[in-house]
Design a binder for this molecule. Structure first.
Ligand code: NDP
Ligand code: 13P
Length: 348
């Protein structure tokens, strides 16, 4: 038996984080603080240089000190060389392209996780479907999701999220890298439900933002959150996700955070629209990715495919396209027929 003095600690897995926006930087900083050799890849040379040498991401997380051990580069091959685990954190519109770029450089043993929320724009495919197709069936895949504003994680504030994978050992290894003194990482095996929750909450956050921007009151906000959760549960049931996933961090948790927290870009978009601002001005002012704009279309495509009515999500889609005003959307929702809160077929 080894004495404590002679016992050797296994080296921590080396991690490549792809996407140097607010969430990629916050997750890379978290993992680096946990002692993992961590490289952050971004496409912007000035941004990467600032992270690597000044230990700050001035564009996306200004004023927050990043760990000195965190390396950053624009060289994708260098970032992936020797990686044991790859974490993709680019916006959904860049997800497939980033996977295609990383594929030839991925070390054969390195599994791929992502913290992107949304669907593949245009096809509406789930991101795990895209990853399976681009990387092949043998590569371990996982989705990282849950209520987590990048700024708070970068500041070291307590956070809980969840890692879902078909490969339990891989989910555990991703959770191990994320889990730490102020960060709880849970695991699960429902990639479908986890991805649906993370995508849909962005659309529903616009709805509550619009209501708050129109000063409709706290009752309206709570009603939208609850009926929004019901929309998530109904689509989830149709696509075959597990209901408990949507009642946990990946669904209810993220829905509450994004619908009520003003750090949410999707909520802020809704607030601006509810106050009468144009979508173009609102998106420009936010200056970061606002996933709901594309996700609303893909959610409604999924709903149509499965013959499900999602009135709140549909109203958000129509407002985002300028087909109706927020006031029209409100009128439509309030004039719907009265009915049971839980139709008998919701949970089978
Ligand atoms: N921020 C948050 O709190 C959270 C975000 N997420 C999700 O994480 C994902 C990323 O969002 P987030 O980091 O917040 O977004 P940001 O707007 O903060 O940053 C986006 C980043 O993606 C980069 N990017 C854009 N297009 C490409 C591309 N084609 N190839 C490579 N990089 C690209 C941008 O680079 P450049 O600067 O050069 O344009 C930038 O570094 C989204 O799906 C979001 O929903 C999930 C949980 C929390
Ligand atoms: O996904 C998030 C929190 O979990 C971030 O939400 P926003 O993209 O609306 O800022």
């Amino acid at each position: 038996m080894n004495s404590p003095a002679s016992a050797t600690t296994a080296p921590k897995p080396r991690i490549a984080v792809l996407g140097a926006g607010s969430w990629g930087t916050a997750l890379a900083a978290l993992i680096a603080r946990h002692g993992h050799p961590t490289v952050l890849w971004g496409r912007d040379a000035d941004g990467a240089a600032a992270i690597d040498t000044l230990h700050e991401n001035p564009r996306y997380l200004p004023g927050i000190a990043l760990p000195e051990s965190l390396r950053a580069t624009t060289d994708l091959a260098a970032a992936l060389k020797d990686a044991d685990l790859v974490l993709v954190v680019v916006p959904s519109h860049a997800f497939a392209e980033t996977l295609r770029q990383l594929a030839p450089h991925r070390p054969p043993h390195a599994g791929v996780a992502w913290a992107t929320k949304g669907f593949e724009p245009g096809s509406g495919r789930f991101l795990h479907e895209v990853a399976g197709e681009v990387l092949g069936a043998d590569v371990p895949l996982a989705v990282v999701t849950g209520p987590s504003f990048a700024k708070e994680v970068a500041q070291g504030l307590p956070t809980a999220l969840t890692v879902h994978s078909d490969d339990a050992a891989f989910a555990q290894s991703v959770a191990d890298a994320l889990h730490g003194p102020a960060f709880r990482a849970y695991t699960g095996d429902d990639m479908l439900g986890a991805e649906l929750g993370g995508a849909m909450k962005n659309v529903l956050a616009v709805a509550t933002g619009v209501a708050d921007g129109m000063q409709l009151g706290l009752n309206a906000r709570a009603g939208l959150i609850t009926r929004g959760l019901n929309e998530m549960l109904r689509l989830n049931q149709a696509i075959g996700g597990q209901p408990e996933t949507l009642m946990g961090l990946a669904g209810l948790g993220d829905l509450v955070l994004t619908c009520t927290g003003d750090l949410s870009r999707n909520r802020r978009l809704g607030l601006a629209l509810g106050r009468g601002q144009s979508i173009e001005d609102a998106v420009r002012e936010i200056g970061q990715v606002v996933e709901s704009v594309q996700t609303a279309d893909e959610v409604m495509r999924q709903a149509e495919r499965h013959g499900i009515e999602l009135p709140i999500s549909n109203a958000v889609r129509a407002v985002l396209h300028g087909e109706i005003t927020p006031a029209d959307g409100l009128r439509k929702l309030l004039s719907r027929e009265q009915k049971p809160e839980y139709p008998t077929d919701l949970f089978g």
